[in-house]
Design a binder for this molecule. Structure first.
Ligand SMILES: Cc1cc2nc3c(=O)[nH]c(=O)nc-3n(C[C@H](O)[C@H](O)[C@H](O)COP(=O)(O)OP(=O)(O)OC[C@H]3O[C@@H](n4cnc5c(N)ncnc54)[C@H](O)[C@@H]3O)c2cc1C
Length: 351
């Protein structure tokens, strides 16, 4: 089978590694960025309990990519700029972490794609791909260039800095979040080891996040290594249909909405999606079914976020939904890499 993998991010790299292994496939990857600029725009946090197995499928050892192993995550719930123009730094909860890490996402992508055939710096034309390949995988993430445009797409604009502090002078030793009001988004500080960190914010109400990040950088002076901006899609898979264009293109990963919107987490879901694709390679209908089944809860979580953002969440009417989300996460603490408590969930959700 001749397969084009367009977009070499988390899903694309996993697919290149696993599909190129099968000797009866002819697989070519395409990445729009030149090889030297190839990047993995993301805060690089994930759960090692799940990633270890997925990375092992590619013949690699996840432990070698870990930059920082989290023990606790401080989540600040204080107001922004209300007390004499200062943020409220006292209203915090502490979440015990059980496998949450930051890792070198770019290095892992590079190692997954080693020995495979990839054309960099190229956005291939769909008609050219169609004449050459049997299957075109759209793993372009947010872009979704090779699939029908979505009518009701929701995304969170994000900005992020990679920064460097002098050793011993970092503002935090471990993962830190500041939740914005009404669950419109959050600010993050994720350590990357040796004084490096990703600092960023995603906020549905775009303006606030830039301001908060700028103020943080002013308060905690550091060397800025890189600045990036990219939206993250939070529309769940069920609302990202069709997964195919009805011809040769088929979506895998964030292009079809595999992001857990409560956390803005897309690494594990995109990799799972890629694995589902491999398992159902010869039957697109069963791939669709498997994706909808695996990511069923994402619709409910997305609804919850939408209600909170719109200020329409009603504890009496929506309590059952909240309980289902809590039960899901509580029963999968190892998968999410953190201890899940109802009281914390309610505090973060401002309920
Ligand atoms: C600022 C930010 C921080 C995040 N932090 C986290 C986090 O800490 N943990 C987590 O789990 N998730 C995080 N996410 C979400 C996560 O990064 C994504 O959901 C995940 O990477 C999606 O994987 P993917 O392979 O589907 O797409 P991507 O990783 O986005 O890869 C898509 C690739 O396709 C390429 N491409 C795009 N268009 C074309 C084209 N037309 N032709 C060729 N190539 C193309 C891109 O250059 C890119 O390399 C974050 C997202 C953002 C925006």
């Amino acid at each position: 089978m001749k397969i084009a993998v367009v977009g070499i991010g988390v899903a694309g790299a996993y697919l290149m590694n696993r599909l190129s292994d099968a000797h009866d496939n002819h697989v070519v990857g395409f990445e729009r960025l030149p090889e030297i600029q190839h990047d993995a725009v993301c805060a690089w946090a994930t759960c090692k309990n799940v990633m270890s197995g997925l990375v092992k499928n590619c013949g690699l050892n996840f432990e070698e990519y870990i930059l920082h192993s989290g023990k606790h995550m401080k989540v600040n719930l204080g107001s922004i700029g209300s007390k004499n123009g200062k943020d409220d730094d006292n209203n915090n909860i502490d979440i015990r972490l059980k496998g949450m890490v930051s890792y070198d996402k770019l290095k892992l992508i590079q190692d997954m794609m080693k020995g495979t055939k990839i054309e960099f710096g190229k956005i291939p034309k769909k008609e050219n791909l169609e004449s050459e390949f049997d299957i075109i995988i759209d793993s372009t993430g947010f872009h979704r260039n090779y699939l029908p445009k979505l009518e009701n797409d929701t995304w969170i604009p994000c900005i992020q800095y990679k920064v460097k502090y002098d050793i011993g002078k970092t503002p935090f030793d471990d993962f830190y979040l500041k939740a914005f009001p009404s669950m419109t988004g959050y600010f993050w500080y994720f350590p990357l080891g040796n004084g490096y960190a990703h600092i960023g914010a995603g906020d549905f109400e775009r303006k606030k996040n830039n301001k908060f990040v700028d103020e943080f950088l002013n308060r905690h002076k550091c060397q800025v290594v890189k600045k990036v901006g990219r939206p993250v899609r939070i529309t769940p898979p069920v609302n990202c249909e069709p997964f195919t264009d009805g011809r040769k293109s088929i979506g895998v990963g964030e292009s079809i909405g595999t992001v857990y919107s409560l956390l803005g987490e897309g690494i594990i879901p995109a990799t799972w999606c890629a694995e589902l694709f491999i398992q159902h390679l010869d039957d697109i209908k069963s791939y669709r079914k498997a994706v909808l089944k695996r990511f069923k809860i994402y619709k409910l979580v997305f609804k919850f976020i939408q209600l909170k953002i719109a200020g329409k969440f009603n504890m009496i009417r929506h309590v059952y939904d909240l309980l289902r989300i809590y039960n899901h996460m509580k029963s999968e603490e190892d998968r999410y890499g953190m201890q899940v408590k109802m009281i914390n969930m309610m505090k973060v959700s401002r309920i």
